[in-house]
Design a protein around this ligand. Structure first.
Ligand code: NAP
Length: 259
């Protein structure tokens, strides 16, 4: 299926690894010129080189912390007025909410609520003028089903979900869509890091923790980043203009519900 986005431009945030990288690759495979961001220059350059080898589109990089004004300015300088915006940043740390400082709360709200809003604010009006825009926010299954140890994530991402519910319906008539992708467990460094935390708290092996989680999932496994990237690319397609303000869960069926 041709997704109808060849020659479009995309800014994919936090994309030197994991889910962001997978979204960047899936878009590049559709002929989209992609700018990827990340804090570590070396990792970013390495990923950009890999993407260039796998595709024949222009891949550029913007080094910086996307949760800062400087990082966002660098990203928007490298990719001004993108047709497609994928917002993403590292997830907040786990813990008991009683132990989080005010600074912890501010950092989580900044990374997972205010940063995507700032990026949307900087790009959405040009999309409206152009009569094409696709924005996908990488959030979390925690939006639908809170994760006890991730109070920071549960809170910040739910705020973003509310914002998107409102704004998406104001821009949809201009062929600009905003949707959220909600990952359950995916095979990335983030999953391993969270499992390492549980391992050191419980004395179990990290591999065993991930294997138990995979076995308990209706799909019998954790997700692969490429599966996430494919859904992201479809949401960015020309054909997806009628998908507006949705929260699409990719979790192998882990969230148990009838609808
Ligand atoms: P990951 O494998 O740890 O990859 C994170 C990527 O983001 C790296 O390229 C990293 O590069 C970059 N990054 C992190 N913080 C950044 C920042 N402040 N500015 C710019 N780049 C940044 O994570 P992931 O699994 O892909 O997760 C992506 C998002 O989905 C996270 O918010 C995570 O909480 C959420 N999520 C993941 C899962 C899962 O199972 N994987 C489940 C639910 C939710 P640098 O370190 O070089 O900056």
């Amino acid at each position: 299926m041709d997704l109808g986005i060849k020659s479009r431009t995309a800014l994919v945030c936090a994309a030197s690894a994991g889910l962001g990288r997978a979204c960047a690759l899936a878009l590049a495979r559709e002929g989209v010129s992609v700018t990827i961001t990340g804090r570590n220059r070396e990792a970013l350059e390495e990923t950009a080189e890999e993407l260039r080898k796998l595709t024949d589109v222009r891949i550029s990089i913007a080094v910086g912390d996307i949760t800062t004004d400087e990082g966002r300015a660098a990203a928007l300088l490298a990719c001004p007025n993108p047709d497609i915006l994928i917002t993403n940043a590292g997830g907040p740390p786990p813990g008991d909410f009683r132990d989080f400082s005010e600074e912890d709360w501010r950092a989580a709200l900044n990374a997972n609520l205010l940063t995507p809003i700032a990026l949307i604010r900087a790009t959405v009006d040009c999309m409206v003028t152009r009569k094409f825009g696709r924005i996908v926010n990488i959030t979390s299954s925690a939006v639908k089903s809170p994760i006890p140890s991730l109070a920071l994530s549960n809170t910040a991402r739910t705020g973003l979900t509310g914002f998107v519910a409102g704004l998406s319906r104001q821009v949809a008539r201009h062929n600009v869509t905003i949707n959220n992708l909600l990952p359950g467990p995916f095979n990335t460094a983030r999953l391993q890091k969270l499992a390492e935390g549980t391992a050191s708290a419980t004395g179990r092996e990290m591999e065993e923790i991930i294997a138990t989680r995979a076995a308990a999932n209706p799909a019998g496994r954790v997700g692969q980043p490429e599966e996430f990237g494919a859904m992201c690319a479809f949401l960015c397609s020309a054909q997806a203009g009628y998908i507006v303000g949705q929260n699409i869960l990719l979790d192998g069926g882990a969230f148990n519900s009838t609808m």
